[in-house]
Ligand binder design. Structure first.
Ligand code: PYC
Length: 313
């Protein structure tokens, strides 16, 4: 009987489950290689940890790794019910809260290793975590997509650690009692992008769809709804999605370097953000949110259990 020790947290309502012991042995190569080995040889462990009955589509998982670069406090590989992620903003905040809970780190600045590069973070009082995300950029503006049974959708394609299509002309009501409809619409948009061959510059799938509109609270600039690869929506404002959004705001000259943008999620949680310009038309986003540890447990993998490695439909 295998036991996997995990710590659960949430960041603005979005859950993260970090494997801290009993996970797969991926060797000690670069995190990109370890992510590939995880996907090729231990995908059943990913499913056992985040799929039902132990998890659900809303859950993001992470594996605590020994970093290659000894300047980093820890390394992490993120995954969800659909596969592996490049980066995860809310997940990094949850990971940092987990490291603090374990006594691995104290308040102050730290570097976290991820498969898409090192991420600088700052852990502060009251569960506040600030992350300096990977360089983010927009690759295409005003892409027109004909979505069957819905209509013409116009949006931007941007990278914020994952690939996003940010819909510009949405008139959908972004409210928490409209999420079933918003999920249907964003899944239709994602399917149309795939069907029409709209991809990232290296043929990457655009697997996150972001709608945005006016904020509920006048202290915030915008509210969003983000469809994640697993088929659920992000309860937090989505760190990588907000980074992609900042890249678009910067490219359109709407938000200047150093100016504050408060991004509200569909459930009202907030990330406070800004960016610095790099020389090459990319930006480096800074995102601040709050993450709380909310559970510690051992997952039990009983080989006699017919759904031991998750329900697959
Ligand atoms: O916060 O970057 C994020 C994220 C990605 C998927 C779910 N949350």
């Amino acid at each position: 009987m295998q036991r996997i020790q995990v710590i659960d947290s949430h960041t603005g309502g979005e859950p993260t489950r970090i494997i801290i012991a009993g996970g797969p042995d991926l060797g000690d190569g670069p995190l990109q290689d370890r992510r590939r080995i995880f996907a090729e040889r231990f995908d059943d462990i990913r499913r056992a940890v985040v799929d039902e009955p132990r998890g659900s589509d809303v859950l993001i998982g992470g594996l605590l790794c020994k970093p290659v670069d000894n300047r980093c406090s820890a390394g992490v590989i993120f995954f969800d019910t659909a596969g592996f992620l490049g980066m995860c903003g809310h997940g990094t905040m949850g990971f940092v809260a987990t490291l603090q809970h374990l006594g691995h780190i104290e308040l102050g600045p730290h570097t976290i290793e991820t498969p898409v590069g090192p991420v600088e973070i700052e852990l502060a009082e009251n569960n506040h975590v600030t992350i300096q995300n990977v360089a983010s950029y927009r690759t295409h503006a005003n892409v027109q997509i004909d979505v069957p049974n819905y209509g013409l959708v116009i949006g931007d394609i941007a990278w914020g650690g994952n690939w996003f299509f940010l819909v510009k002309n949405s008139s959908e009501e972004l409210s928490s009692d409209n999420t079933d409809h918003l999920l249907r619409v964003t899944k239709q948009i994602r399917a149309a992008l795939k069907q029409q061959g709209v991809r990232g510059p290296n043929q990457e799938e655009i697997d996150h769809i972001e709608l945005y509109g006016p904020a509920m609270d006048s202290a915030n600039q915008s509210k969003n709804f983000v469809l994640c690869p697993g088929g659920e929506y992000d309860r937090s404002p989505c760190g990588t999605g907000t980074s992609a959004k900042l890249a678009c705001l910067a490219a359109d000259g709407i938000l200047g370097a150093g100016e504050v943008w408060r991004q509200e999620s569909i459930i009202g949680s907030v990330f406070e953000c800004s960016y610095q310009q790099t020389g090459d038309e990319k930006i480096v986003p800074t995102i601040r949110g709050q993450a709380y540890v909310c559970g510690e447990s051992n997952l039990i993998l009983d080989p006699h259990d017919p759904f031991c490695m998750g329900i697959q439909i």
